[in-house]
Write a protein of this length. Structure first.
Length: 251
């Protein structure tokens, strides 16, 4: 189904029958991606007297309770409320859900002290002056184990703060990345990339901007321009499990 869309005064064609899901499915087993020592996802049937909410156990319906840490258990989208003293929720901050996006692939570099960094020059080289509303960063190598990795204590790659500044300078409002955080796993609480991206704590924080972490962009998806549908739960919290969907721009 080829659809013509008008976006910011430009015409694009996308195929709605070929969505590309770049979220990591949530499941309650040891193959679920995890980070920051978060408790694992739990899914349990409700039990009350003779009632059990699990058909496999003889119940009439499946009726289950989920225990989840959105920041640690899978693909999630967060707002400035993640680091703010004020109450900002993702449901209040994210009011539009379709964006023109660019997918780029970057191999982080070694800083010589054991950290793997995404630098400003990486972004400048890949974006070539483009200023999309949303940027999707796929790190290399792009192994399937990203979908089940336990990142806790492994010091995964992250964005150097100057790279984050560049994204803000370019007007990028929505950043999606296949890492557990845009900041170092243990950075003494500085959270520089988070703070730079949201311009916090300063006057006029970028409350309509989001960071989505722990995505997975399959290797079959080429770098280039896409139309992004960023789906969240209507959750009054700083973060929500999310389901970003890409549609390749045909024209």
């Amino acid at each position: 189904m080829i659809t013509n869309i008008q976006y910011h005064g430009e015409s694009y064609q996308i195929d709605l029958e070929k969505p590309i899901d770049i979220s990591i499915p949530l499941k309650a087993d040891d193959q679920q991606v995890n980070c920051f020592y978060a408790p694992p996802l739990q899914i349990e049937p409700v039990r009350a007297g003779n009632f059990v909410g699990d058909i496999q156990e003889g119940g009439l319906v499946n009726f289950k309770t989920i225990r989840i840490n959105p920041h640690g258990n899978g693909t999630h989208t967060e707002c400035v409320g993640h680091i703010a003293k004020e109450l900002y929720t993702i449901n209040q901050c994210l009011k539009q859900f379709f964006f023109l996006a660019e997918v780029i692939s970057i191999e982080p570099c070694d800083d010589g002290e054991g950290d793997q960094l995404i630098l400003r020059e990486h972004l400048e080289e890949k974006l070539e002056g483009k200023c999309p509303e949303a940027l999707i960063i796929r790190t290399l190598p792009n192994n399937e184990d990203k979908k089940s990795c336990n990142y806790s204590g492994k010091n995964p790659p992250y964005l150097y703060c100057d790279a984050t500044n560049y994204l803000v300078e370019q007007g990028i409002k929505h950043l999606l990345i296949d890492l557990p955080s845009v900041d170092r796993e243990q950075d003494g609480g500085r959270l520089l990339s988070h703070k730079f991206f949201w311009n916090y704590p300063h006057d006029h924080p970028r409350t309509d901007c989001t960071i989505t972490e722990l995505i997975y962009v399959p290797p079959t998806v080429p770098d280039g321009t896409y139309y992004l549908n960023l789906q969240i739960i209507s959750l009054e919290l700083d973060v929500s499990p999310s389901k970003p969907i890409l549609y390749q721009v045909i024209k």
